[in-house]
Design a protein around this ligand. Structure first.
Ligand code: ASP
Ligand code: MG
Length: 475
């Protein structure tokens, strides 16, 4: 007989939730409320701004800059002030956290002097920057204990295994699952039911070196842990953020926006690609793979019903289009060759050249006459691409014309099922056309989740609003 799985909610708190006495109170009240219904595991980021300070300390240490001592003092003080506010000075928690802080600061100073003797390296960098989460996790766990809840710290290098791509390491999910079962599960299942606090952002390699998951990586840590626990518990993740969730357009561009209450992982990934960085894109992949549903909620209004749920199912509602997005600053490159050069070979050469040089291609579009290829790149890359093409043995030849337009933008309508819904492309054309916005190229993602129009940059804002009215804010 299969037993019903117990529910576990993994809550990720970012740096902006760890700033002041009030925010710790808020965390405690959120956790207490949810504990009535579910087991809780907390994933903790470094306190706000700390990762940047640690990076700064690392860089100064490498360059033997004089004011290293000031930076490390600043790091000490940020934590010290917080500890003073959070705990009574005669409490065990005060003593414990202060002792740990002093020890970690000594370790960092030691590392700082060591780095002057050895060569700077990516693995040492990761070790340096992991200290933000080591400290914040311990502080939060002690805060729970101080207020009478049982809590345990689990440092994530013990349970998250990654590859050795330091600075942007990728999780090794199978190895992690084994470690989580061995080390985390027994604590979660123990009778005294502690609030387990796991450090975000880092894991370790098979040689036990600390490895970080990239900036903003604590979102990813929560996803990795949920994935590893998916068979033991009915897992859900709540990402507590300083935004309400995913919006259906970028408020910096659109006059009207509203919250997307339900979105599928596929659609959310599409939004992340087009610049809506509410969540670390890879964490969306892992949640999708583990079929874990998650919520993005506004930390300042924890009881609000206005939040975004992200799950595997695509719920279409009354509109296929979930959001309008744009990338304002792009460049568009067109390569024309009117000789009979077989385009198959040409396209392969082109995209390998770009790939080898780390150029991110944002869209590709090709006319049916097959004598040209148009593609979009980030504006910042356009000089590099121009140089690469003009100096390449193949594209530098005179039968190719390379044209770069620096003043373009991309607008896209996003939603699952675009390809199966007639009329979307037509409606994009007519709405933009009726508003005198010229479309220079179109592209459709192979994911079938977006339909993209390339326009002049001066029309970007207008185009987003026109499409918003046509697809979302229909009257
Ligand atoms: N502390 C790390 C950063 O600032 C990871 C995180 O906050 O998610 O990038
Ligand atoms: Mg952060």
């Amino acid at each position: 007989m299969s037993e019903k799985k117990q529910s576990l909610t993994i809550m990720k708190f970012g740096g902006s939730c760890l700033q002041s006495m009030d925010s710790y109170r808020q965390i405690a009240s959120i956790v207490k409320h949810h504990m009535k219904f579910t087991k809780i595991l907390v994933v903790v980021s470094a306190i706000k701004g700390m990762t940047n300070k640690l990076i700064n300390f690392y860089e100064k240490s490498c360059n033997e800059e004089q004011d290293c001592a000031l930076t490390i003092e600043d790091i000490y003080n940020d934590h010290f002030q917080l500890i003073k506010k959070l705990f009574d000075e005669d409490s065990n928690e005060y003593r414990n956290t202060l002792e740990l802080l002093q020890k970690h600061i000594e370790d960092l100073k030691h590392l700082g002097s060591l780095i002057k003797l050895i060569r700077p390296s990516a693995d040492i960098y990761d070790l340096f920057v992991s200290y933000g989460e080591r400290l914040s996790t311990f502080i939060l766990s002690n805060y729970f204990s101080f207020h009478g809840s049982k809590s345990e710290v689990m440092l994530s290098d013990k349970i998250i295994r990654t590859d050795d791509n330091f600075g942007r390491a990728l999780p090794l999910l199978e190895e992690t699952e084994v470690l989580v079962k061995e080390k985390l599960l027994p604590i979660l299942m123990s009778d005294n039911n502690p609030i387990v606090c796991v450090s975000g952002y880092f894991g370790s390699t098979k040689d036990n070196k600390i490895s970080t998951l990239g900036r903003g990586g604590s979102d990813l840590s929560a996803a990795i842990i949920a994935y590893a626990l998916r068979n033991a518990y009915l897992c859900k993740i709540i990402y507590w953020k300083d935004v309400k969730g995913f919006l259906d357009a970028d408020p910096r561009v659109a006059e009207k926006t509203s919250l997307i209450k339900q979105i599928s992982y596929k659609e959310a990934k599409e939004l992340a690609f087009f610049g809506t960085k509410v969540l670390h894109p890879l964490c969306l992949d892992i949640n999708e793979k583990g079929n874990i549903s998650s919520e993005v909620r506004f930390f300042n209004e924890p009881e609000s019903e206005e939040f975004t749920t992200i799950s595997k199912e695509i719920i279409q509602g009354d509109s296929v289009i979930k959001a309008i997005t744009s990338i304002e600053k792009l460049s568009m490159v067109t390569i024309e060759g009117d000789t009979m050069i077989p385009l198959s070979g040409t396209a392969a050469k082109l995209f390998s050249l770009l790939g080898e040089n780390n150029i991110n291609v944002v869209f590709i579009s090709q006319s049916s006459s097959e004598n040209n290829i148009t593609f979009g790149i980030e504006y910042e890359d356009s000089m590099k691409v121009s140089f690469l093409l003009r100096n390449s043995d193949y594209f530098g030849e005179e039968w190719f014309k390379v044209k770069i337009d620096h003043e373009i933008s991309l607008v896209a309508v996003i939603g699952a099922g675009i390809l199966h819904t007639p009329g979307i492309a037509g409606k994009v054309f007519t709405s933009l056309g009726n508003n005198h916005i010229n479309i220079k190229a179109i592209a459709q993602g192979s994911s079938e989740l977006n339909f993209t129009a390339i326009i002049d940059r001066e029309n970007c804002k207008k185009a987003v609003n026109v499409l918003y009215d046509a697809f979302i804010n229909r009257k």
